[in-house]
Design a protein around this ligand. Sequence first.
Ligand code: SF4
Length: 158
Amino acid sequence: MYIISKCFLGHNCKYNGGNNLDKNVVEFCESHSYALVCPEVTGGLTTPRFPSEQRREEDGSFRVYDTQGTDVTDNFVNGADTELEIIIREATRFGELIEGAVLKARSPSCGHEVIYDGTFSSTKVKGNGVFVERLIEAQHCNKEIFADNFRILSEDEL
Ligand code: SF4
């Protein structure tokens, strides 16, 4: 089973009310078992919504704010945790390993290794989106459900 950002398949869950339809991801899903996630909507945020970015503190903690200055950290964290609970439960129920994830690059939820820096100036920094950070933690805590060669890819790496 692969974890896929829902907006890749044309679901209008992106912050601006649109999607990130991606032909390569659609084709990939035609031949693989998958589970769709949108941690931001699952966390209770509306569509459309103001764009958000993660701000990292020097001590390693983080908060997520939208462009209006609203702290939406709880929505991001709760949505990520809920999605992971569902995926782990479903993988267990169907006896499937979680083989990998294809997640939207640079998203404050789904971004892997590179995200925006929280200044809304298109400045990129090293880091993971909130969902990806929780996914990596879940992989370490539930090794029996994740394939040994589990990996997280963006649409650019697929
Ligand atoms: S949270 Fe992830 S799945 Fe949802 S719109 Fe953003 S990038 Fe797509």
